[in-house]
Design a protein around this ligand. Structure first.
Ligand SMILES: Nc1ncnc2c1ncn2[C@@H]1O[C@H](COP(=O)(O)OP(=O)(O)OP(=O)(O)O)[C@@H](O)[C@H]1O
Ligand SMILES: [Mg+2]
Length: 392
């Protein structure tokens, strides 16, 4: 913790906004205003002599707020820039993020919102610098690229999150390897909930750093679980998902593959372009279905779609979840309909599973000897043993 105040430079030619920001900061003990400027040019002049921590820049100042942000990021990459807009438009937010701004605020804003943006952006930047300083000591993983297991279904509520969380934990337990669970259900992801984790950082924070992303950086954003696995949570605010592109996901998965033995991915319940790289990167695609007619049909359609895209059939493993002896649709029927052998059958357990999800404790930890946990150990063994999808 630093006791130094956060030094800010406020750049705006709109005097209403300018004085409002100055007033807000005047009431915050740990923020100080070290300079004010009206144009991009004045701001750059100021930076030649002074070293503020955070710039709060109007988007429409003379010389352009985005242009200024870009210049600042190029010359002073450790600077934090927050842009202020009069109006929220999608393309302006995108522009701000590409220029390298850490946050965008729409005026009028509450004091809390402004202060929070300054504080949070500043802390993230400090953290990044700390990591860069402490780089050489890090332990590297032994060798090779990690195995990616993508858990998917085109039907919601079939147990993707349940399967991916328990598989991740069981993999860590059985292999003693490094395991990360990635929540790519960008809009509705609840893997953190399944592990009873309150996310400090989410995938959006990594997107901010995508240009500098490496193993150390990404590991510092992951959240450790007591089972030994790490979690990369989905966003707390779903509206941030629209800034995540398939290029971002591709980079994130590549970096994780280099740092972990197993990368388990919890997917959204539909095909969704930004998460396409999770199909490409997968060594194994676990297709989860449950034994209901509608679900089996739906998943079958997804298998056909994948086939039409020439997705390698050898990578696809069908998992039947919530299976019960009394089901009308038998495992054999699922196999026939899908034209795939079942890779694994996970029994329905309406006592253990909901209670495990409610408590945020994976069943393999909660009731290690239960039938459902034993099924996970079998599934895990198969995942470890199977390298049919591996090219090398
Ligand atoms: N084997 C099982 N036995 C009993 N209930 C189960 C089983 N697997 C999953 N469930 C229940 O199904 C519900 C959905 O599970 P889960 O959230 O893992 O599915 P999902 O496919 O990730 O759903 P979503 O579409 O919401 O992301 C949960 O309430 C869970 O309790
Ligand atoms: Mg889910």
């Amino acid at each position: 913790m630093t006791l130094d105040k956060i030094k800010t430079l406020i750049v705006n030619d709109d005097m209403e906004i300018q004085s409002d920001i100055v007033d807000i900061f005047a009431n915050v003990e740990y923020i100080t205003v070290v300079g004010e400027a009206e144009t991009a040019e004045e701001a750059l002049e100021f930076l030649e002599n002074e070293n503020p921590d955070v710039l709060v820049v109007g988007a429409n100042i003379p010389g352009g707020g985005h242009k200024l942000t870009e210049n600042v990021m190029q010359e002073y990459p450790d600077q934090v820039v927050i842009l202020v807009e009069r109006e929220l438009k999608e393309e302006t937010v995108r522009k701000a993020i590409f220029a390298g701004a850490k946050d965008v605020l729409v005026y009028p804003f509450t004091p809390a919102k402004l202060v929070d943006a300054v504080y949070r952006s500043f802390q993230l930047e400090q953290k990044k610098q700390d990591i860069q300083r402490s780089k050489p000591q890090r332990k590297r993983r032994k060798t090779g690229k990690g195995q990616v297991v993508t858990v998917f279904s085109t039907k919601g509520g079939v147990g993707r999150t349940f399967v991916s969380a328990n598989l991740a934990v069981a993999l860590a337990e059985q292999t003693k390897g490094k395991v990360v669970l990635v929540d790519l259900d960008l809009d509705f992801g609840n893997a953190a909930l399944a592990l009873n984790i309150v996310p400090r950082y989410t995938i959006s924070d990594i997107i901010d750093e995508i240009r500098n992303l490496d193993q150390d950086m990404i590991e510092s954003y992951l959240i450790p679980h007591r089972s030994g696995i790490k979690l990369l949570p989905a966003n707390a605010q779903p509206q941030m998902a629209e800034f995540i592109s398939s290029d971002h996901i591709e980079i994130i998965l590549k970096v994780l593959q280099n740092a972990f033995d197993y990368v388990v991915v919890d997917m959204p319940g539909r095909f969704y372009e930004p998460v396409d790289p999770a199909f490409q990167a997968a060594d194994m695609l676990l297709m989860v279905t449950t034994p209901e007619v509608a679900t089996v049909r739906n998943v079958k359609a997804a298998l056909i779609a994948l086939d039409e895209l020439n997705y390698p059939k050898s990578k696809i493993k069908v998992v039947l979840n919530r299976s019960d002896r009394r089901d009308e649709i038998k495992p054999k029927d699922v196999e026939t309909t899908m034209n795939h052998n079942l890779f694994s059958i996970l029994p329905a357990d309406y006592k253990t599973v909901p209670s495990s999800l409610n408590q945020g404790i994976p069943v393999v930890l909660l009731h290690n000897m239960s039938k459902i946990s034993r099924s996970f150990h079998d599934l895990t063994q198969k995942v470890v043993g199977d390298d049919s999808g591996k090219s090398a």
